[in-house]
Ligand binder design. Structure first.
Ligand code: WTA
Length: 667
């Protein structure tokens, strides 16, 4: 049995966790059309209006119905977006792991909770709710025994696997917050996140395996914690059979888990206690640790998972995002498990061992909903239809897209070739900050029109608005503007860890009283939304969000000056283009600097942060006050020389010609 490789496969049968406080909630899922008896609501479009206009009544009802509470909440919400105050379901107590596990174990213990699609093809491992609860409880007990307390923050540096999910849920069980760091991040990036989260415990695996390659994750952790004085222990699970050097801080995870009891008392958590931190990129060089809390986040992940994808009991749901991103948190773990669903954890790549991987998996695991990123769809499209046609996709019902705009060609291919023209494609717009999907088609609606490449409609309780350049709400249709959300919703991030002021400044102050998303959007004549891209210096490379300032920070030690911008890339969505000015004082070769830049970008951030193009320049276009005019650089790279705009504030307009020439020479 393959599951033995993760140590927990051969443990003795678990005892059901029985706590009288946690009687299972009858899962009387609200039928969308009956709309749970809300007054004046007779169909889904009424319900949409109701959810926005009577937001408190809507959220109170769904929160009571869909979550198991230890103690009911007394206040639905206490929010003031202009102050950055966001609180939901105060007075309520619950435990997220009980909501994701125990209540399903009571009703259907043998239902498959997780299918782990390992990198090695055709070697999937299935875990029932009973087994996942057992794993979580053992780990919860182990964490407790080793001193992890309520309110601590545990950093998890693991690829998608059952023990990673159990680690997240074990933290939730004992009231610790988790901080999952994408296992593609470098030691420096990991260290920065561990330090900011002040974790004393890190959970990792000996080695990762991806696309047939072994990745030395434990070694990366060893390197990272050199600069993390808070770290006292590192739990190491065995993903491969290769032993790794264990230090005094290391704990052999499966061995220690085997000694633990399979019952673990869940901590009663306040609705607004932190569930997790998740670091993401912003406009400055420093990543921000967004804080998500217990009840509101879980409720929102569960509701969106069910309705956006039309998830029904018994369906097999597959979100192929890594658990290190918010998409993996909400739609590989929390949403599906809160709904008692079966979720696929994908450890591999879309082209390993060949470009048929996704569809072979769909056939073998009988996947009903498939949720992926446009960058992968664009890549697979290039390999041709034969890789798709080879496999039976008749189980598929809904196809989802996330992370970046999906171009019409990719959308059409996904719909026509992958979905055989019969599965709705839901282009879902949301962010780490929003906790769950905010704008997406709702295929189950009676008037379920979907326009290719458009995110379409707001989800229940979401009121999007567009702002003009003067900061006023645009009321007409067929216009574009800065995308804001006009009222709070339970899934939104609460603050930035260690930097509440940055949260208010970034999201609440640009348009006082509104949540500013950082994205631009177009609203069509029919009132449908299309996301047009970031308005700030954040770019999206293969669905990985990264701040241009983060890359510039890395480059600054190798060069005198740099300006990094995103450009349109046919597969990755956006690529990275770096303009650099060499240090004058030293004699260096451009090739050496290129190598150095690539090394540093992968060392300090991750491989995907390496520039696609590096243009060496004598100087950069600057205003008289010394600010780099990025607009000019963007236009040059996009070959929009007509639209360079007003150059009169440039210190020396001649620079522009040099830059244009340099760009020309580079291509
Ligand atoms: C972009 C990922 C267009 C957007 C869930 C957003 C999208 C950022 C879409 C968040 C979409 C996400 N269409 N753009 N369907 N989905 N984005 O935090 O710019 O990693 O602000 O969350 O990705 O990226 P994040």
């Amino acid at each position: 049995q393959v599951s033995l490789k993760l140590g927990c496969g051969n443990l003795k049968l678990p005892v059901l966790t029985q706590r009288k406080n946690f009687a299972p909630l009858a899962l009387s899922w609200m039928s969308p059309s009956s709309a749970a008896g809300f007054e004046g609501v007779s169909d889904r479009s009424d319900l949409q209006d109701f959810s926005v206009c009577s937001s408190d009544s809507f959220w109170a009802a769904v929160a009571r119905q869909r979550l198991s509470w230890i103690r009911p909440f007394h206040t639905v919400q206490d929010c003031d977006l202009s102050q950055g105050r966001i609180r939901w379901f105060e007075g309520g107590k619950l435990n997220v792991s009980v909501n994701c596990l125990d209540r399903h174990v009571h009703t259907c213990p043998e239902r498959v909770a997780v299918i782990w699609e390992r990198d090695e093809p055709k070697s999937e491992v299935k875990l029932s709710y009973r087994q996942l609860l057992e794993m979580t409880c053992r780990l919860g007990n182990l964490l407790r025994r080793r001193g992890v307390k309520k309110g601590d923050c545990v950093t998890i540096y693991m690829p998608p696997c059952p023990l990673a999910v159990a680690s997240m849920l074990a933290c939730a069980r004992i009231g610790a917050a988790h901080n999952v760091v994408f296992a593609g991040f470098s030691a420096d990036a990991l260290a920065e996140r561990i330090r900011d989260a002040q974790s004393s415990t890190v959970i990792t695996v000996n080695q990762g395996v991806r696309g047939g390659k072994v990745i030395e994750l434990k070694k990366t952790v060893d390197a990272a914690i050199q600069s993390c004085p808070t770290v006292q222990q590192v739990f190491v699970a065995m993903r491969t059979e290769n032993p790794v050097v264990m230090t005094a801080k290391d704990v052999a995870m499966e061995e220690e888990m085997a000694k633990e009891d399979t019952v673990c008392e869940p901590a009663g958590m306040d609705s607004e206690d932190t569930l997790f931190l998740l670091y993401t990129s912003g406009s400055t060089g420093k990543p921000k640790g967004l804080v998500h809390t217990q009840a509101g986040y879980l409720l929102y992940a569960a509701l969106t998972h069910r309705y956006v994808f039309s998830y029904h009991d018994g369906d097999v749901f597959s979100c192929v995002a890594d658990i290190g991103w918010i998409t993996g948190h909400s739609y590989s773990v929390y949403g599906p498990l809160a709904n008692g669903g079966t979720t696929v954890l994908f450890e591999s790549t879309p082209i390993y061992p060949d470009p048929g991987r996704y569809w072979e998996m769909v056939q073998r695991l009988k996947i009903n909903q498939f949720y992926g990123a446009p960058t992968a769809i664009r890549l697979l499209l290039k390999y041709g239809d034969k890789w798709v046609h080879k496999y039976d996709r008749s189980t598929l019902k809904t196809l989802g897209s996330v992370g970046e705009p999906i171009n019409t060609e990719a959308w059409e291919w996904y719909h026509r070739v992958v979905g055989q023209g019969r599965c709705p494609v839901v282009d879902t717009w949301w962010q780490t900050e929003t906790g769950g999907i905010c704008i997406a088609p709702r295929p189950a609606d009676p008037d379920a029109e979907i326009v290719p490449g458009m995110a379409m409609r707001p989800f229940f309780g979401i009121k999007p608005v567009l702002m003009d350049t003067e900061g006023k709400v645009v009321t007409s249709n067929d216009t574009s503007g800065a995308l804001c959300i006009a009222q709070p919703w339970p899934g939104m991030a609460r603050t930035i860890h260690n930097d509440p002021q940055r949260f208010t400044e970034t999201y609440c102050q640009p348009y006082p009283g509104y949540f500013f998303t950082g994205d631009g959007a177009y609203r069509s004549k029919e009132g449908y939304y299309q996301i047009t891209g970031r308005l700030d210096d954040v770019i999206n490379v293969s669905g990985h969000r990264i701040g241009t300032a983060e890359i510039e920070d890395v480059l600054c030690s190798a060069v005198a000056e740099s300006a990094v911008i995103g450009f349109s890339h046919s597969i990755k969505g956006q690529g990275i283009y770096a303009f650099v000015v060499l240090k004058k004082s030293i004699d260096v070769q451009e090739a050496d600097v290129t190598r150095q830049i690539n090394d540093m970008a992968s060392k300090k951030i991750a491989k995907y942060a390496c520039p696609d193009y590096i243009q060496f320049a004598q100087r950069l276009p600057k205003t008289r006050s010394g600010k780099i005019m990025r607009r000019v650089l963007r236009k040059v790279v996009d070959s929009e020389l007509e639209g360079l705009g007003d150059l009169s504030t440039l210190d020396d307009p001649e620079v522009v010609q040099e830059i244009i020439q340099g760009h020309h020479d580079l291509l």
